[in-house]
Design a protein. Structure first.
Length: 319
């Protein structure tokens, strides 16, 4: 392995350590808050405080990493200009993939609880629409994209880029630390990564992330403001039959929406003059006999992923 490859491996390893740090900080904070609450030192946190804490646990390590690494922030995070049509096409892409996430979410609810719906309903019922949008859509779009499509995908791109796209999505899903969100967040993370590679700008994924969360907030807000819809939602029991009916209704929409999203992402690659680069993601690159490819999937990363999944399983089915 030559000096250039050694530097690439170091950068990818730094992204792995960054992810491990994010998980460690999250778990440590969870334990501390639990102990404080159990000893009645911390008397409950409202939804906004919970969101601020969770986003801070991502934002602060991200800032620390950027300071320590001394990398050019704009190059690593890819804060770059993109084609103006991105502002029109990305919201369409976001809307197109919502049926897919709905199907995945519904299927996961056959086995695990939906832990995010109550949080969203509580936020919109006790705050203005603007505040709900800020906490549920704006903050995650900026903070989570900077960390996962910025730091992690930016460093993983030093290796096989298709693997980088997939692994950045998998880690994004695992980061949520519950099996329900993990299922659809992995898919969203992969789609967002492809979108970033098509546009070359993290602004596109921030917008997509905002749109998807914003739709969720908007629907919850509308339901809460219309008494008839609110009562029907509360009275509807999410039985296995209801969930399967939801899947059957949304599955054709998911298939069509995914095809539309894929076509528009490819169009964005063309508009941003990244067509060849984007197609190249799916082509196997030839390497010399003496070349040792840099590795994204390391033992430390695998161990961390396994530990995270075990924690999620224990919290879901044991505790």
């Amino acid at each position: 392995m030559n000096n250039i490859d050694i530097q690439k491996q170091k950068r990818m390893n730094s992204a792995v350590y960054f992810f491990i740090a994010l998980i460690a900080v999250y778990e440590a904070a969870t334990i501390i808050i639990y102990i404080l609450a159990k000893n009645k030192i911390l008397l409950g946190l409202d939804v906004k405080a919970n969101i601020l804490i969770s986003q801070s646990l991502i934002f602060v390590p991200t800032v620390v990493y950027l300071c320590i690494s001394k990398r050019n922030v704009f190059d690593l995070i890819r804060f770059k200009k993109t084609h103006p049509l991105m502002l029109v096409l990305v919201p369409i892409i976001a809307l197109a993939i919502i049926p897919l996430t709905t199907v995945i979410n519904a299927l996961s609810m056959l086995f695990v609880d939906n832990q995010i719906s109550g949080l969203s309903n509580s936020l919109v019922s006790n705050n203005s629409y603007g505040i709900a949008l800020l906490f549920m859509a704006v903050l995650p779009a900026v903070v989570e994209e900077t960390a996962y499509r910025g730091v992690i995908l930016g460093n993983f791109n030093e290796g096989n880029q298709l693997t980088a796209v997939i692994m950045s999505g998998v880690l994004f899903g695992i980061m949520h630390m519950n099996l329900n969100q993990m299922a659809y967040a992995i898919v969203l993370g992969i789609i967002f990564a492809f979108l970033l590679e098509a546009t070359g700008s993290i602004l596109s994924t921030m917008l997509a992330h905002f749109c998807i969360n914003g739709v969720s907030v908007s629907l919850s807000y509308i339901v809460n403001k219309i008494p008839l819809l609110a009562s029907q939602t509360e009275e509807t029991e999410l039985t296995k039959q209801v969930i399967l009916q939801t899947v059957s209704v949304y599955l054709p929409l998911a298939a069509i929406g995914t095809l539309i999203a894929a076509a528009l992402i490819y169009l964005l690659a063309i508009l941003n003059k990244r067509k060849d680069y984007f197609i190249g993601l799916f082509r196997k690159k030839e390497t010399g006999l003496e070349d040792k490819p840099v590795r994204i999937i390391t033992p430390a990363l695998v161990i961390t992923m396994v530990v995270c999944i075990v924690i999620c399983v224990v919290e879901e089915f044991v505790l």
